[in-house]
Design a protein around this ligand. Structure first.
Ligand code: SF4
Length: 495
């Protein structure tokens, strides 16, 4: 699950340099534009069963392609063209450019425009076994996941569309003005899952893990992803091997460059630790010590395993707990977190010493140990106390009778956000992202709420997914909201 709270996340400025991986495409022939080569192999392009309609759509497509070329030339010559965003283009003129892209079958360009701006999550897998006490996604174990074929039908559909749109303003809203609407620059692969558990299979049973998934997003969609984990059981050999492979892979700058951040979450809401604190209620101190030790072993092992990433700026250890103002949060507050951090640091130092005396996998001298411990201290010194009361946290605060007036309650903001959606259309001021679920359904979301949109991508497996936590079924983002005209910068203003 994404660890940061939506409103406290970094926002990206219009003036920020465009990401170098956002490529501009040149196409030379209709074959190139239509990706006909790809069509034979992958069937991402399909021209429909009705030949008369297919020809009509194709002619329309050619007409729109010509228009796109002319529009590109025209816009690039304008002194203020960088102020134009894809969301500002009237889709009336671009309708038809999506011709034959299978994943968009049945969707208008207006739907696709809406889906693409702030496309923040393609959830390839749903559910999590970690059962953290504060999980605001209320994640539970589940087996629902996308096939690799469905995942790449989506990513390659976007790739083809990006190609066809050439150098028109970026599809994914990278240049949205932050004063009006903050955006994430990432497209992530999870909502209620831990990245250590994120792998999917193709129909032949081949496994694709985070290395393949982030590469696909980076190369096809042109966006970075994030890696978030709250650690794994060090006795789980398969998981440990996977973590070591990730550490090695992302230690290479060209691979880490595909990620906006690689985050290890360290907080006192881990299931073992919470069970330990509960044991104190029956004065079972031994159980508390054992379960607390299990938790600190887990985090120490994760930090140790990720040593090859330690010097990278975008490797973070995200420390989070209740603040000092919280009542009855003794084992989950700032003070408890400092104690846990000291314990983990001591254990990591022990692991380094053992390594130094043994095979020297990560450290070759006491100076190396000192360097890494200093870095870990730095990465754990910022403690966030931004928590909200949704999902499992609601139950958590009831169980421990925690009182905290700063906990964010989203009932009122949800009402406000939906009202603005209805009155202003989708260009309202609140943070609003899009999530594609494992069944291809699209949601309007921030991390505190999900609104259904009625849009579903054309992928093969549309069997229902586990219901999203914080889903507001009575707040639909209707076609009327999606189709509401923007009042400024229609294409015609530029022609
Ligand atoms: S249970 Fe924990 S690791 Fe799993 S999604 Fe929730 S917060 Fe993340």
């Amino acid at each position: 699950m994404k660890i940061e709270n939506s409103y406290s996340n970094v926002v990206y400025n219009l003036k920020q340099k465009p990401d170098k991986n956002i490529q501009k495409y040149d196409f030379t022939s209709a074959q190139d534009i239509l990706d006909l080569n790809l069509a034979g192999k992958r069937r991402d392009i399909s021209f429909g069963a009705n030949p008369v309609k297919a020809v009509k759509d194709y002619l329309k497509f050619l007409q729109v392609s010509r228009f796109v070329k002319n529009l590109e030339t025209y816009l690039n010559a304008q002194p203020n063209h960088e102020k134009l965003h894809f969301r500002n283009l009237s889709m009336e003129y671009l309708e038809g450019i999506q011709y034959g892209i299978k994943v968009f079958k049945g969707l208008s360009m207006k739907d696709i425009q809406y889906l693409s701006e702030n496309l923040h999550v393609i959830a390839v897998k749903r559910g999590c076994n970690n059962m953290c006490g504060y999980c605001y996604a209320d994640a539970k174990p589940s087996k629902r996941e996308m096939s690799w074929e469905d995942f790449t039908t989506i990513t390659r559909g976007f790739k083809t569309l990006r190609k066809r749109l050439g150098s028109l303003p970026p599809l994914f809203g990278e240049s949205l003005p932050t004063s009006r609407e903050p955006i994430y620059r990432t497209t992530e692969l999870f909502y209620d899952s831990d990245c250590m558990n994120l792998s999917i299979k193709d129909k032949k049973g081949r496994i694709y893990d985070m290395r393949d998934l982030v590469t696909e997003v980076y190369e096809s969609i042109g966006r970075k992803s994030c890696f978030d984990t709250s650690g794994w059981n060090p006795d789980n050999k398969a998981m440990q091997e996977r973590a070591e492979k990730y550490a090695e892979y992302f230690s290479k700058p060209e691979n880490m460059d595909k990620l906006e951040a690689f985050n290890l979450s360290f907080n006192p809401f881990n299931a073992s630790y919470v069970a330990g604190v509960k044991a104190l209620r029956t004065n079972d101190f031994d159980k508390y010590v054992r379960l607390r030790g299990k938790f600190t072993d887990r985090i120490a092992n994760a930090i140790y395993t990720f040593t090859p990433l330690m010097k990278q700026d975008n490797f973070n250890i995200l420390v989070r707990c209740f603040g000092l103002q919280s009542e009855h949060a003794t084992h989950f507050n700032f003070e408890a977190m400092l104690g846990l951090t000291q314990e983990v640091l001591k254990k990591v130092e022990g692991l380094y010493k053992k390594d130094l005396e043994g095979c020297q996998k990560y450290v070759k001298s006491q100076a190396d140990i000192d360097t890494y411990i200093k870095l870990i201290r730095k990465k754990t010194e910022r403690i966030s106390t931004g928590l909200n009361s949704s999902g499992r946290m609601k139950q958590f605060i009831e169980t421990f009778k925690i009182k905290d007036s700063t906990l964010q309650n989203h009932t009122e903001t949800t009402k406000l956000m939906y009202k603005e959606l209805q009155t202003e259309g989708r260009y309202h001021r609140h943070l609003a992202l899009r999530l594609i679920d494992t069944d291809g359904r699209v949601y309007h979301m921030d991390y505190a709420r999900f609104f259904p949109t009625g849009i579903q991508l054309n992928i093969k497996d549309k069997t229902p997914t586990p219901k999203l936590a914080n889903l507001r079924e009575n707040c639909p983002v209707t076609k009327e909201i999606i189709n509401r005209e923007e009042t400024h910068h229609a294409i015609s203003d530029f022609l």
